[in-house]
Design a protein around this ligand. Structure first.
Ligand code: COA
Length: 257
């Protein structure tokens, strides 16, 4: 595996995002690897839970903007197909019956909030910055939107439209994060919750996750069509490309005075 460090310790699978030079931003390779891992984990009846974290300075900077930028050369249909792969990664995570616990630090930007939304429990280090930065880049938090709304309370809509950076305390209030503390406390809490899952009946936990998914009424197929269509359109639009390029070129986008 090129982009993920995968280990198994005592009935827990640990996944570490491992592209620290680009702040663990996910490109098509990482999307493919994560999707395959989540699909494969579904049939691992010997495991009890999954721990997710990120290598380096930050947890994850969301979608790789170089990858997004390059999609300008592809047709709308090809862009839709590509966005579908991103959607399928989140869906594979959401559909996993094993509980997923994430430990986040540094920054959780853009699509990284989709990863967080698909977890069952999230611990965040004090000082972690959260941001739905997409609209700042001229695109939209489209693919992740259904997953985020399923997890967070409706106050999150403000952050999705304003791209305001918010703290771990605000993420707690929104329901995106369950615990925050200093690094050592976060590590302890991460281990404590993973251990809790080990104590429970593995089939009971899986069946409960299935039930809660069913009851939450999240219709993945309905969200899929709308959200992948929108991001496919926006990321190759003039505004989307300008926003992405301006970030990568370390300059203000043309609409910013
Ligand atoms: N895609 C591609 N490259 C990215 C990236 C992304 N999403 N986020 C960061 N990088 C790259 C930077 O271009 C930079 O590359 P360089 O070393 O070649 O110049 C490197 O990662 C380090 O980024 P930097 O901004 O210096 O790191 P930081 O630790 O100071 O800040 C973030 C971390 C996450 C706050 C900041 O990188 C950021 O805002 N990234 C954009 C996140 C975003 O808007 N994602 C939404 C995508 S839809």
């Amino acid at each position: 595996m090129k982009t993920i460090v995968f280990t198994e310790i005592d009935q827990i699978a640990f996944l570490k995002l491992n592209r620290p030079d680009v702040r663990n931003a996910f490109n098509s390779g990482m999307i493919e690897e994560l999707t395959q891992i989540f699909i494969a984990l579904q049939s691992r009846s010997d495991l009890k839970a999954v721990g997710l974290s990120g290598e380096g300075k930050v947890f994850c900077a969301g979608a790789d903007l170089n990858w997004m930028k390059s999609m300008v050369d592809f047709s709308l249909a090809e862009n839709k197909q590509d966005s579908l792969k991103l959607y399928e990664m989140f869906a594979a995570m959401k559909n996993l019956d094993l509980p997923i616990v994430a430990a986040v630090h540094g920054a959780v930007f853009g699509g990284a909030l989709g990863l967080v939304a698909c977890c069952d429990y999230v611990v965040a280090e004090i000082g972690t910055k959260f941001c739905f930065s997409e609209v700042k880049l001229g695109i939209a938090p489209a693919v992740i939107s259904g997953f985020v709304l399923d997890k967070a309370n409706s106050a999150v809509k403000y952050y999705m439209t304003s791209a305001e950076v918010f703290s771990e305390n605000q993420a707690l209030a929104l329901g995106l994060v369950n615990f925050s503390g200093a690094k050592d406390d976060v590590t302890k809490e991460f281990q404590r919750v993973l251990h809790l899952y080990k104590e429970n009946g593995p089939v009971a936990v899986r069946r409960t996750k299935q039930l809660l998914r069913h009851l939450s009424g999240l219709n993945l197929a309905q969200h899929q069509e709308t959200t992948t269509g929108l991001i496919a359109e926006l990321r190759v639009s003039q505004e989307g490309q300008e926003g992405i390029k301006s970030f990568l070129e370390n300059r203000k986008p043309s609409w910013k005075v």
